[in-house]
Design a protein around this ligand. Structure first.
Ligand SMILES: NC(=O)C1=CN([C@@H]2O[C@H](COP(=O)(O)OP(=O)(O)OC[C@H]3O[C@@H](n4cnc5c(N)ncnc54)[C@H](OP(=O)(O)O)[C@@H]3O)[C@@H](O)[C@H]2O)C=CC1
Ligand SMILES: Nc1nc(=O)c2c([nH]1)NC[C@@H]1CN(c3ccc(C(=O)N[C@@H](CCC(=O)O)C(=O)O)cc3)C=[N+]21
Length: 369
């Protein structure tokens, strides 16, 4: 996160006449501070997801917005891919495995999280990770360092966790303060504890045929897991990944390729992104641009995985904003065959995959199968 091309896009997909500058995330600010919340008219095109009564069933969902004219014309056709429900099921599977390991060898997995600074969004993510660890029986350890800490202090914390046998996974919450060298810090995490999958050795192995990374980055892994659990075939399909960041877009493209999709990557310098995206059977979008992907970008029947988490202004809510994805949800529901909502799609899967990687790491460390 953090980079952004200077551009105008529409925070509201129901109208192209209300353009707003979308601002990048700040580095040391309140989340979501008012200057970072994209203006969003009350004519919202993205209703909150409805609860899905049957965890892994493919639910049909009709548009609840009466204001999005495109959505009013026809009943929504797409299935909602319920990441929240799938993540819950995965947590239950992980909890059972952790009990089995504890009973057999007396080992409980441990996850260490290092948080530097006072970004509210980071603090929320870290809190959610701790809650998720508690829910499955993973021991969690947290180090919270002040914004003005030195790089060496972060490296020292990592080093302590590298040497601690009760810690099987280490996560350095990103973004780090600007004065720190992210590359150096991420490289210092022991590869066998790199549950984020961000170490260059893990990424390198992910990119190479015939090599296996010890860990796959959680968000892309969660996207693929959703496709698998919904029985969506990847092999031979045309996939377009929008975004090429180290933590989402690039590893998502590598994973899709490993799954035998034919992959195209769209980024901020791509010409005609709309035409390229419209070729895709599977779209994974991770740009951080609210509602950028319109219905017209999506081929009829395509599957849409929306990774974006973008705060937009919503005066009706007490906190003054809500979260939307990169994809205009209601328009996507009209043309796609399946769509992930935001929130409740990829986000909960990211955390479930972190727990899964931590369990894998503990099993590997103790030779437990
Ligand atoms: N659900 C989850 O679990 C997670 C969600 N996220 C969310 O996913 C989004 C992306 O995060 P992250 O990958 O870290 O973001 P980055 O800012 O690191 O990367 C964004 C990518 O999108 C590309 N991009 C930006 N604008 C456009 C555009 N107009 N057209 C095409 N491509 C564009 C950029 O291209 P270029 O390379 O040319 O600059 C870049 O590759 C954010 O909303 C973030 O909050 C992130 C992590 C986990
Ligand atoms: N080292 C590191 N690893 C990460 O994996 C990492 C990171 N740093 N920095 C920030 C991004 C972002 N990220 C999210 C995780 C969960 C949700 C999530 O659970 N979202 C909920 C909504 C949460 C809410 O309502 O605020 C949802 O989409 O339903 C979102 C985003 C992990 N990241």
């Amino acid at each position: 996160m953090g980079k952004m091309a200077p551009m105008m896009i529409f925070a509201d997909c129901s109208s192209s006449t209300t353009a707003h500058h979308l601002l990048p995330f700040g580095r040391s600010c309140e989340l979501w501070p008012s200057n970072l919340i994209h203006s969003y008219r009350s004519l919202s095109c993205s209703p909150l997801p409805l609860p899905n009564p049957s965890p892994l069933s493919l639910s049909y969902r009709s548009s609840s917005s009466t204001l999005c004219s495109a959505a009013m014309a026809t009943e929504s056709l797409a299935k909602v891919i319920d990441g929240k429900a799938v993540a819950k099921q995965i947590r239950e599977e992980i909890a059972a495995e952790i009990l089995r390991m504890k009973d057999a060898i007396g080992v409980v997995p441990g996850l260490a999280v290092i948080l530097v600074g006072d970004r509210k969004d980071s603090a929320t993510y870290v809190r959610n990770k701790k809650k998720a660890c508690d829910s499955v029986g993973i021991n969690s350890y947290e180090v919270h360092l002040p914004e003005e800490s030195t790089e060496q202090e972060v490296l020292d914390s990592i080093s302590r966790f590298n040497d601690d046998p009760s810690v099987h996974g280490i996560l350095v919450q990103l973004p780090l303060p600007l004065h720190m060298n992210e590359v150096k810090i991420l490289n210092s995490v022991a590869i066998e504890k790199d549950v984020d999958g961000f170490h260059p050795l893990n990424i390198g192995r992910l990119a190479m045929r015939g090599r296996e990374p010890l860990f796959v980055p959680c968000t892309p892994k969660g996207c693929i897991e959703l496709l698998h659990r919904y029985g969506i075939e990847i092999r031979g399909k045309k996939a377009v990944v929008i975004g090429r960041s180290n933590i989402v877009g690039m590893p998502a493209a590598l994973l899709l390729q490993r799954e035998d999709a034919t992959v195209t990557i769209v980024h901020s310098r791509t010409m005609n992104p709309e035409d390229i995206t419209r070729q895709a059977d599977i779209i994974i979008s991770a740009t951080g641009k609210a509602n950028m992907v319109r219905g017209s970008w999506i081929k009829h029947g395509a599957v849409v995985i929306d990774v974006g988490i973008n705060p937009v202004e919503d005066a009706k809510l007490p906190r003054g904003y809500r979260l939307v994805g990169d994809v205009c949800y209601e328009e996507a529901m009209e043309v796609a065959s399946a769509v992930t909502p935001v929130p409740g799609g990829v986000g909960p899967m990211t955390i479930a995959m972190l727990l899964s990687n931590t369990l894998t790491s503990a099993k590997r460390a103790h030779g437990f199968r």
